[in-house]
Design a protein around this ligand. Sequence first.
Ligand SMILES: [Zn+2]
Length: 489
Amino acid sequence: MVTLIRGGWVVAHDGRRHRVIPDGEVAFDKDEILYAGPKWDGTAEAVIEAPEALVSPGFINMHAHIGVELMAPFIDVQRARRYAPSLEFVQNLELPPSLTAEEQRISGAFSLVQMLRCGATTIVDAAGSGPIWWLGNPPGDEEMLLESAEQIGARIYASLSYRSGRVYRHFDGTPDWHFDEESGLEGLRRAVDFAVRHRGTRGGHVETMLCPHAVDNCTPALLDATKRAAQEWDLRVQIHCAQYTHEVKLIQDKYGCTPVQHLANNNFLGPEIILGHTIYTSGHRFVGGDPNADLQLIADSGASVAHSPLPFARAGEAMQSFARYRAAGINMSIGCDIWPADIIAEMRLTYYLSKTQDASAETPTCQEVFDAATLGGAHALGRTDLGRLAPGAKADIVLVDLGGYHLGQVIDPIRALITCATGQDVRDVWVEGRHVVVNRRVVGADEEALRIGAKGVYKSLIAASRSRDAAGMSPEEILGLEYTPPLLS
Ligand SMILES: [Zn+2]
């Protein structure tokens, strides 16, 4: 059945770049775009009129932690907890699950609904470790997430995260690392099995990748084994890189280089690699050294960066800068990390933070930020059929209502999207040609039940963190429980 969308503006891809077509049209049949341009001259069985909407390719959220969001506001209040409280803690991680299977399902589904409502049609799960690793997850949590993705209609790139090391804190507060090589390699084996079993399943809604957790908690042997597995099975790889100053210090002390240089020295970088965050590169004011060295290594290798400015901005940290990385030739993409999962808000922050870091009004442009959230993500995933509206591309389409009072007069719709819109302005979404958000409601989910269920999940997580506390860890070290969560007060 051919569906035709008549929009106020259509972002059509001409084979080289996006072009905005006023009063344009998009036609699609099943999961495929047939036409994006000024006027479709074929017939259509269904016509959607959207005279005040931007018709955009679906956004690609390149770095999400699906299911973590419910806990994230609480973590945010406590500040990000980056160390385990003791060596004993990281050596004894056999934690009972803190959520029931149903709570786990709600947690994942809630995240997917939130992201989809904001226009993210492809969501890359960057950790695949359920709510929060130190609270324990029920078995089979990732499989449950795949079911939810199919039911709700989002496209996800799922993974099982793995690592060989964990950071803990000595009594005097200094961080240290505990490594277990065999558990890391076993994690990789399970992750490959999961990725190969589930890739391309569930009607195009599920793809997979590998996610070794971070540069500082994966040994060179694990990085090497990951690289070989990715090549053998043709999988993309996302790894958290240069996200914390303590990570930079560990790599510097141990290997005498930056995290990016460490990956390059281990022949890990390449077009299949996506570097999450990647804030503390050489030349950053907290790192020092040649401002171009790390960026050149990334650009020359063809690796991509998944930029998530918001969680770092909360801690007063920032990449220096989106525009500079782009100018160095790095393929930039955008993700939301944890909370709130509004890809449009993340684009706006990308736009403004980059300018403030560079003290520049000129770069980046709104178009460059828009490209990162669409074409940049697609390129990182090796997909020429995503992030664009063009014949043959997947029918992943977002209608953003630009008629709201807060948008004022729309002169340039991409500029209006980046500087004025939010996820709340997303009206309709199609993924693989399936109409999954209809007039701001996700039709494949009981939104109200999820919203109520999410409150219960949050309480369970708080209760679990308290019982972990009772098991001998000090409150300040776990989650700073002197703070009374609003839902429990
Ligand atoms: Zn992350």
